[in-house]
Design a protein around this ligand. Sequence first.
Ligand code: ZN
Length: 594
Amino acid sequence: MIEQPKLTIDFLIDILFKRNLISAEHRSSVLARYKSQEARLAAGPQFAGRRMHRGGEMPSPAQVLASFNLETPGGNGRILSEDAITESLAAYLNIPYLKIDPLRLDLDVVTSYIPRPFALKHLIVPVEARDGELAIAVADPFNDQVLQEFSTAHRIKVRRILSSCSDIQKLLREFFGFRASLAAAENESSVNIDLGNLEQLFKLKGENEPEGTDRHIIMAVDFLLSYAFDQRASDIHIEPKRDKCLVRFRLDGMLHNIHLLPKQLHAPIVSRIKILSRMDLAEKRRPQDGRIKTSHNSKEVELRVSTVPTAFGEKVVIRIFDPDILFQELDSIGFYAREYALFNSFIHRPNGIMLVTGPTGSGKTTTLYSTLRTLSSPEVNIVTIEDPIEMVMEEFNQIAVQQAIGVTFGNILRTILRQDPDIIMVGEVRDKETADNAVQAALTGHLVLSTLHTNDAPSSIARLLDLGVPSYLISATVIGIIAQRLLRRICPMCKVSRRLSHEECKYLQLTEEATVFEGEGCKECRGTGYKGRTGIFEILEINDRIKGLITENLDLGDVVRAAEQDGFASLRKLAVRKMLEGVTTYDEVVSITG
Ligand SMILES: [Zn+2]
């Protein structure tokens, strides 16, 4: 009898090397790093005697290998992922590979054959039952004995499929929990109805759905929120359709379908969210706004919730304010050196106005909040005027605009000047009163940060003139204007290179041929080819050269030409630079700065 092979790191590295997914030098260096890590873990008392990759407490060899973020040979910076490793192992062993998509799984199949603790212990999960045969996804292809025993005990034919350890763990731990809670809630309510018990139906007042206080619904909403945090979603949309409830997440600026749920779960889920955000439960015909303060991975996350009645019920949008996204180190949000130096010089001036411009969703709030956090200290009084307050922060004094009762940007600004602020952040300059008061604040020794709705930095000067600010006051107070955009980053897991065509080069005014990169689309990036975003910052410094051009007869062309003498780089130019560096794609450059 041939001895059963074991899924060890050596075995895996050998296969990856044979399949040209790992280079010769990585092959030996990784092995050494792994051995030292393994020795360290084995030495710890809590791991003594524990098996390496069965219990789920210890990472599997594929997870460890993936954690090294190795570049594949000739892969143009493509990173060796756990999925790629697992897929390669499956191909080598001639076993079908499955990337687990929880949306496509049948809950009954996943839950009814194998108890969860057993499944977690052996990292196996049933994924399909057909024609008297059960397909079971396994993380360890050599863990045959468990499947054989299972097959004998249950008298069912078993087919083995290989999936990544992370996918199986995730399915069993998180997503599984969400689906199970929903199913339980759904079952309990339908039990009531199926009984045909008139008295119970009467008690339910004709409602065939569980309540928002049902413990399964509470758990399901908790799972949904934490899943959104894990995915770094910026928004959750819960939309009633005619006979379904659609849950979508906004990831890197794009909406993705996440769940399609039975319609009777829509109302209780919405109720639960309304309870959490302290809205009026009974009010279903008017839009409402609320907030939820919660925590994730021991940090506070703020959610802004809004409901709107639609033809099929209340639609809920939850905007997620993740402090890790809103507050970032200024040197990590995408600035190039020249722009970073200018930006820093603006925010450290004692007085003047700095404007950030760009459309909604271009990252202005992150830039401003991160700046305030940088400037915040016990000696400085920071006041913000926002509509509405994006995220409540104790170290700032935040005031919310309330248009309905006449509390506007303009009149709050006038009032707070008496409150001795040092730095003032005004959510947006959108009228003459606000503009005038911002100018006053700057003239009386305050640093004012604000936003404007313009497409680029130079045209902000024209916008201020349109608002009625005299040109000499613009020259006297505005110190710098930043126009910004967010560009999607290419997914490192499916990055490929290509030559730009002659037409494309011409369109971007590139004089020589260029190689660019793009994502082919993989499971890691949900087929989009992108993962994460970075900022580009067009900065116009209002120096003496520019001041001389700010007149009532402003010529924006003159302003741009003058700025270029000082090294001004437009959004387009900055985006092209990110593209040539392999950070983003040609398509993204065209769509964001087109
Ligand atoms: Zn990808």
